[in-house]
Design a protein around this ligand. Structure first.
Ligand code: KG4
Ligand code: ZN
Length: 337
């Protein structure tokens, strides 16, 4: 089954064609992030206008790469991200997908962006067969940090999440504080941390809520602690970056492993933009290995926002809806849809 999916929840305009939820035929992502660097943050109206400009060229390019000349014959269904996200951006994808659904006479499957992130790890034939349920899923993105038990496709139970800043948001704010980047500085912060040979600041930043039995997180205090540490000790930037990365990673890893052990999980799955972080990947892999828990990561190209995992989520949770019931839902939670 070939699904064409659109993803326009924030500053990426993406289109993908995926076969049976696991095999990418084509995936195109166009980002307006460079524009938002200038303003040091996303301006929703600017992002929405860019979506309007990009959506048709991105769909065209995707069909070309997939070598699809007659979509009405070659595509079986459509999928689109309906939320959470920015209303102006979401509307572009939803309107585009509804138009294609009418033009090609194909069913349209609405997808929750956060559920989509889970399916990044399923996007290879080999790996998708190996992920056994129940799986504990950690989603770490720019807007969300959630721990979930997945008992099967469409069977999610929420364990906990951040009470304030998301993990990616904390990386971005600390990157800005350290003067590394004004917008989406997570990868730059991580690159700076990699320059640190020896972390003499080890343990100087707090590990918020790490030893609490619940599965909630809090990252806003870490940012304040970084400000104090920099003001007081004026340490090398690379060491601060490394200590921050270690603090955030330790909390994420400890809570994820505890969740897996407590729920008797058969596997662990990671998803979201921060899943690209190498320290998080290697620390989580080592800890999972020690506890004999199989762990599954998305390929790096499926960590950040893209439409391939939206097509994957649509395939495994195949619930088309009538077009009049499909709307953009900016505040959708992971447990909805
Ligand atoms: O999932 P995503 O692409 O967008 C949202 O749905 O939010 O996640 C973007 C987030 C940003 O905060 C970005 O800085 C962070 O993921 N990120 C990273 C890395 N790559 C992306 N954070 C830490 N280390 C990385 N290597
Ligand atoms: Zn995302």
């Amino acid at each position: 089954m070939k699904i064409l999916a659109l993803e326009t929840s924030c500053d990426e305009t993406a289109c993908a064609v995926v076969e049976d939820g696991v095999k990418e035929i084509a995936s195109v992502v166009s980002s307006s992030a460079k524009l938002h660097e200038k303003t040091g943050g996303i301006v929703p109206e600017v992002a929405a206008r860019k979506q309007v400009e990009s959506i048709v060229p991105v769909i065209d390019e995707c069909l070309k790469i997939a070598n699809i000349v007659n979509p009405a014959k070659e595509i079986d269904a459509l999928a689109v991200t309906v939320g959470p996200g920015l209303i102006g951006s979401l509307l572009v994808g939803v309107a585009g997908a509804k138009s294609l659904s009418l033009a090609w006479d194909k069913p349209l499957i609405p997808v929750n962006h956060l559920v989509g992130h889970i399916y990044g790890a399923f996007l290879t034939e080999d790996q998708s067969d190996l992920i056994k349920f129940p799986a504990v899923v950690l989603i770490v993105s720019g807007g969300h940090t959630d721990l979930i038990v997945m008992r099967g496709h469409g069977k999610l139970e929420y364990l906990g999440g951040t009470l304030d800043d998301a993990a990616g948001e904390a990386f971005d704010k600390v990157a800005r504080l350290l003067g590394l980047s004004r917008y989406l500085g997570g990868p730059l912060l991580s690159a700076e941390a990699a320059k640190c040979q020896r972390n003499t600041l080890s343990g100087k930043l707090p590990r918020p809520m790490m030893d609490r039995e619940d599965f909630d997180f809090s990252f806003s205090g870490l940012k304040t602690a970084v400000i104090r540490l920099v003001e007081k000790e004026k340490p090398p930037i690379a060491e601060v970056a490394r200590e921050f990365e270690e603090a955030a990673t330790e909390v994420l890893v400890k809570k994820t492993i505890r969740a897996a052990l407590k729920t008797g999980a058969a596997s662990i799955v990671l998803g979201g933009g921060v899943a690209a972080n190498q320290r998080l990947r290697s620390t989580l892999a080592a800890s999972a290995d020690k506890n004999k828990l199989p762990i599954f990561f998305p390929a790096l190209k499926y960590c950040g926002d893209n439409a391939a995992y939206i097509a994957g989520a649509a395939y495994f949770n195949n619930r088309p809806q009538p077009l009049n019931l499909i709307t953009a839902e900016p505040s959708l939670s992971i447990m909805e849809l």
